[in-house]
Design a protein around this ligand. Structure first.
Ligand code: AMP
Length: 174
């Protein structure tokens, strides 16, 4: 299934010069959403994955669906200040300033094999910070999976040894 035409490009959102890849148009097509989730379920069926970590906010959509399909725990990696119980925090650099993500300290256990899920890999700063959270709790990151990758932004390099899988690639100017 060709997923690329189902992802809407919104120029200059949220600021001039950004080509925003809008996955909400793909979510309007139940067959396409099912194709993505069923494909990932098959891909990871024999990889010993024990928990799914979804990255706020659009990673929750795909991550929670995959966790349900696979019968696995779902762990939200949230923006700092949103989680109610004791949490750990990792900062990451943005073009200007920093942002941070958090995870409950009891969300993962040492040795647990986890899959990281988000909608899109750009610079990789966000998911690299989420990987550090999982690793601080002793978990082993099996792979990071995304619907969309923007290869010119070199997000894979930020993830180092962690394998990456994506369904659709866009050159940034498309
Ligand atoms: P990064 O940390 O640079 O890899 O950015 C990844 C996060 O920002 C993901 O959660 C994406 O949802 C969002 N994001 C970054 N760039 C874009 C883009 N061009 N279109 C849509 N979402 C984006």
């Amino acid at each position: 299934m060709d997923l690329a035409p189902l992802i809407r490009n919104v120029p200059d959102f949220p600021k001039p010069g950004i080509q925003f890849k809008d996955i909400t148009t793909l979510l309007l097509e139940p067959g396409a959403f099912a194709h993505v989730i069923d494909g990932w379920k098959d891909r990871y069926a024999d990889r010993g994955v024990q928990a799914i970590v979804g990255v706020e906010a659009r990673g929750f959509i795909f991550g929670a669906a995959l966790a349900y399909a696979m019968g696995l725990p779902f762990v939200p990696a949230r923006k700092k200040g949103k989680l109610p119980a004791e949490a750990i925090v990792e900062e990451y650099g943005l073009e200007y300033g920093t942002d941070s993500v958090a995870m409950h300290v009891d969300a993962l256990t040492p040795g647990q094999r986890v899959l990281l899920v988000d909608d899109l890999l750009a610079t990789g700063g966000t998911v690299a910070a989420v990987a550090r959270l999982a690793q601080r709790l002793g978990a082993e990151v099996v792979e990071a999976v995304f619907l969309v990758e923007l290869p010119p932004l070199k997000g894979r390099e930020r993830l180092g040894e962690i394998p990456v899988h994506c369904e659709v690639e866009f050159m940034v100017e498309e």
